[in-house]
Design a protein around this ligand. Structure first.
Ligand code: HC0
Ligand code: SF4
Length: 574
């Protein structure tokens, strides 16, 4: 341990701790803009400059390790004027149109301006604003991600997260120098023409509105207000936990009931659970795995519910597409069942004849789900996919006091019932663990086999494996970079019978559409809540879902039957 003094307060920290983290430890606020925990500190914004006795010039707190005996000042006249000068440089070219910006109220630059009362320093018409849209035309080509480089503050976080540090896709990198330094795509192509997998991790770390999820929530609100359609909403497993953070509740707070109540207040006629369809997915995927094992073909089976992963495979390794499960993701299954199953028919003759259909919205922690909803072969199953962040904007825009809502909302029936196995889909390893619970049952082993597969749990990036007696070894790639590395050699072909890939580290709970957070333990906190819901569930195996059983009995026959294939399976094309 070392000891330093910050603004006269003494603090003991581990050697190697940055001055920024040391300041946090004693509750001293140091302004930051380009810093994000877990990503390299580049110190480009210069907001965190502090004075350290013995140094002639101020030091960036995010990148400077504390040294034993350091005497640090974070708030002096000179520092305030340095920060202001740097902010003025940023503000001189940043559009002054917060009211029209999607991240209004959640923007780190806006927060800094308020925090330091720099409003008067922000030119009403920033220099170059008129020209900026010509110089940097907005890129709205991707169904999942919008780019507006006129808002970019050059922090570099998007390039870090898309590149070496996390996703290793290298779609975005820094181009040009000096005044034109900007994160660009290869050859400046529009995002839709690159190898972007729509994971949205760049939008998750962007401190301003330069990279955002393609916004669809305005359109959903208009539709709800018009009362012209029967509206249905489904909620993903990860969203019910992370939405709490948007409204100041403790990370890891389960808000399922509050969320259901908020969705009803927004005007949705039916509030259903994506988890219902996650159980259905498990029925189909388990049967598919066992059929492939029996036939000895297309093994290992790749899970298909993460659209970022499916995009990666199609873009980079189309030769491996035959391994991908043909099972639709829970989002798509839920949509198609809501539109074409008994529920839709129960809405009246117009629905039964297919003349009209319910308007289906999904709330997902994921930006790539927007892309998935438009995939050939299943577009139309879901009308609009919104992220957790977009839902928060909707709730705020209607003045709903989310934190004050009762935690007593209940999903509608029959597409709202689910088991604990479905809930753990939201965490890396969860789809595989849920599948094992049913596969072992189908193999007649469930009493002897464990329900929980701890080897497959955990939010750390990399590959996790477990060996299942009499079945084989399965692998879980936590993050797309782990999968990319696995395919660098051929050993996976013989080692595993099934591989789960989630493109985002942590799985959906770390998805690109989740609330932005600077809590380094956020993934662990969200994961803990997900597994707690599973433990508390009266049923923890997908085949025990009564509504899923009823659906097979009344409409689908058995898993992998022609009727099930017709509605619940798809094809993937290069
Ligand atoms: Fe997921 Fe899903 S678990 S992908 O992460 O399979 O987005 O939460 O909704 O579809 O169920 C995301 C989360 C889902 C789907 C489910 C799967
Ligand atoms: Fe890179 Fe993912 Fe952003 Fe695409 S969505 S640019 S792959 S981080």
């Amino acid at each position: 341990m070392i000891q330093i003094s910050i603004n006269g307060r003494r603090v003991q920290v581990d050697e190697g701790t940055s001055i920024l983290d040391a300041a946090k430890a004693v509750g001293v606020h140091v302004p930051t803009l380009c810093y994000h925990p877990g990503l390299p500190a580049h110190a480009v914004c210069r907001m965190c400059l502090v004075e350290v006795e013995g140094h002639d010039t101020p030091q960036p707190a995010c990148r400077t390790p504390a040294k034993d005996g350091d005497v640090v000042n974070t708030d002096t006249e000179a520092l305030r004027s340095f920060r202001q000068a740097d902010a003025e440089w940023l503000l001189a070219r940043h559009p002054n149109d917060c009211m029209r910006c999607e991240v209004n109220g959640a923007c780190q630059l806006q927060r800094l301006v308020h925090e330091n009362q720099w409003e008067e320093r922000w030119p009403k018409v920033p220099a170059g604003e008129a020209a900026s849209s010509d110089r940097y035309p907005s890129d709205h080509t991707s169904p999942s991600i919008w780019r507006d480089l006129s808002k970019c503050i050059e922090c570099g976080l998007c390039a870090d997260v898309c590149g070496e540090t996390v996703q290793q896709q290298y779609v975005i990198g820094f181009g040009d120098r000096g005044f034109d330094r900007r994160p660009v795509t290869v050859f400046d192509q529009p995002l839709a023409e690159t190898k972007c997998i729509s994971c949205g991790q760049c939008s998750l770390v962007c401190p301003v509105g330069a990279l955002i999820e393609t916004p669809h929530w305005h359109e959903v609100l208009h539709k709800l207000d018009s009362h012209r359609n029967v509206s249905v909403v489904q909620v993903a497993p990860a969203t019910r936990i992370a939405i709490s953070e948007e409204f100041g509740l403790k990370p890891g707070t389960v808000s399922t009931g509050r969320l259901i109540n908020a969705l009803r207040q927004l005007g949705f006629d039916f509030v259903f659970d994506t988890n219902f369809a996650a159980d259905l997915t498990i029925m189909e995927e388990s049967a598919e795995l066992l059929a492939r094992i029996e036939a000895g073909e297309r093994l290992p089976l790749f899970t298909s519910c993460c659209p970022g992963w499916v995009n990666w495979l199609e873009l980079n390794r189309p030769d491996l597409l035959s391994h991908l499960s043909t099972t639709k993701s829970p989002q798509q299954m839920h949509g198609v069942i809501a539109k074409r199953g008994a529920f839709a028919r129960s809405l009246g003759p117009e629905f039964a004849s297919g003349k009209t259909e319910p308007y289906v919205v999904s709330i997902m922690p994921c930006t790539a789900k927007k892309d998935e909803a438009l995939r050939p072969g299943m577009s139309g199953d879901v009308d609009i996919a919104l992220t957790t962040r977009e839902l928060a904007r909707m709730i705020r825009s209607r003045g709903i006091a989310f934190g004050a809502l009762a935690e007593d909302g209940q999903f509608d029936s029959p597409l709202g019932e689910s088991t604990g196995a479905a809930q753990i889909f939201g965490a890396s390893g969860g789809v595989m663990e849920a599948m094992l619970r049913t596969v072992l049952h189908l193999k007649g082993q469930d009493d002897a086999a464990p329900l929980e597969w701890n080897e497959l749990r955990g939010v750390r990036a990399g590959v996790k494996t477990a060996t299942i007696p009499n079945i084989g070894t399965v692998a879980v790639c936590n993050g797309i970079a782990a999968a990319q590395r696995m395919f660098e050699d051929e050993s996976w072909r013989d080692e595993y019978i099934a591989i789960e890939v989630m493109a985002c580290v942590g799985g959906c709970l770390g998805g690109g559409g989740e609330p932005k957070s600077d809590d380094p333990d956020i993934l662990k906190k969200r994961a803990r809540a997900i597994y707690e819901i599973d433990v508390q569930s009266p049923r923890r195996r997908s085949y025990q879902n009564k509504d899923v059983q009823a659906l097979y009995a009344s409409e689908l026959g058995a898993p992998n039957s022609p009727a099930a294939h017709n509605l619940l399976h798809t094809t993937h094309a290069a």
